[in-house]
Design a protein around this ligand. Sequence first.
Ligand SMILES: [Zn+2]
Ligand SMILES: [Zn+2]
Length: 531
Amino acid sequence: MGTEKVNLAVIIKNPSNDAEFLLIKQAPPPKFNDPEYDSFQDSDLWDLPSAQLSPLGSSLSSSQVQIEANDNSLLEFLNQFDLDSAINQVFGQVGLEKATKVKWNLWKVVEEPEFGPGIPTKTVYIVGELEPNDGKLEDYCKWMSINGCADLLMEVQPHIDRIGPLVVVGLMNDSTQHANLNIPPTSRSLEYPPGVRLIPMRSRTAKPFHTTNLVVFVPGSSYDGFGGDNFIASGDALIIDPGCNSAMHKELEQIVTALPRKLVVFVTHHHHDHVDGLSIVQKCNPDATLVAHENTVQRIKKDDWSREYIPVVGLEEICVGGQRLRLISAPGHTDGHMALLHVSTNSLIVGDHCVGQGSALLDITSGGNMSDYFRTTYEFMDLSPHVLIPMHGRVNMWPKHMLCGYLKNRRNRESTILKAIQDGAKTLFDIVAYTYADVDRSLWIHAASNVRLHVDHLALQNNLPKDFSMQRFQSSCKLKFFSRWIWEYLCSTLSIKHHHLHIVKVLGAGAVAAVAALYSIRKILHSKKNV
Ligand SMILES: [Zn+2]
Ligand SMILES: [Zn+2]
């Protein structure tokens, strides 16, 4: 069992204006110390002050801070934690004297949905009012009202101040009409920014994730609609990437049935962890309109979607409940991959271009391409999005920083690959063995397709040494790589000390080798026919 992560978010009310609470400017992630990347800066992010709660030792008890709540079980839960030090930490952050006289009330406890990896975080919100003149505010703190926050969230201009998810989840979501959306109680969701709801649903996705974020967008009726007919599709609700596995189809059915009938369905790309629930959407709402890139639709099975669709290439707009969403061409992960920008909140839904944690894989079998990937990444940065919404993992509040991190990692990897080639590596296997020497051999197959994409990218930029033969490299990519990898994998498995515990693994590898041999013979016969 992992240890539970619990945060304390503190709503400090303004003693001279009951409608206002204290926000603190959030510290951005550490710089790269490289002007290439540090020149891209996300705008300031303001959110409630917060601190992680650590469990109390067995004999200690939190003495100074008293929290009132109607729910005794929640109080019992809270008393397991060192509230004193968390509140002191928060007051230290905001630069105020220790406020021992503040009366705290429990506001709510919110458990994060299952974004993964790792266990969901719980956030305990408490509210208290300062004594008048308890201290003066530092520059990095300000009083804001809910209306002030809503203005910054809903009518975003690029580069202006941003409001973070603690404010939205803690103070705003309950008061919006989107909260009424009938989502099955088993599916926890996150609504950020207001109106955009993320429901991580179990899917056939790759580790370390287990879920795909279903994005449900249902603007309330309070928004004034846009007129005009420049939209490629319009509806009262939108869902993105219904990719849950069959065990979740009942829940997806409930969600789709609860949505307005005029429904637009957008899929970022064709991978099964993004389209596995399409057939359910079609069954529950035969009038729903599918919007996707032509290359994506061509790869979706007829069993998943047999009805009409609207092919898009980027820059088209969708109108949902009077709000504008712009389609963004985003090749790289696949050649049909697309992103979607919610214009008024400047939120960018990025598909699999980025994931909540770690790096995204490119699919070489579906037109994945490194040059496209770099170009798309820069285009995303030009949009200066206020938040990145990936389909796996948590939302990212530092979009430019995250995108620069991706660029930096990929460039580092590419320079290691170039180094391997300059040191004499000529085949795919040699380059993979050099670049991924410290990585589990079982992951080398995935790594190999990344290496191929990097070598293509290096060739396109004329960065490869003159004596490197692309022809020889390409001829080493399939069977030759596979057979050398099998051998390497077998050797690394056999070399594990307690090999009798790994007998199953070894037998498995033996079976793989046999399949590989059969595959090779078939391939050779087949390729002879085609020459
Ligand atoms: Zn994908
Ligand atoms: Zn995916």
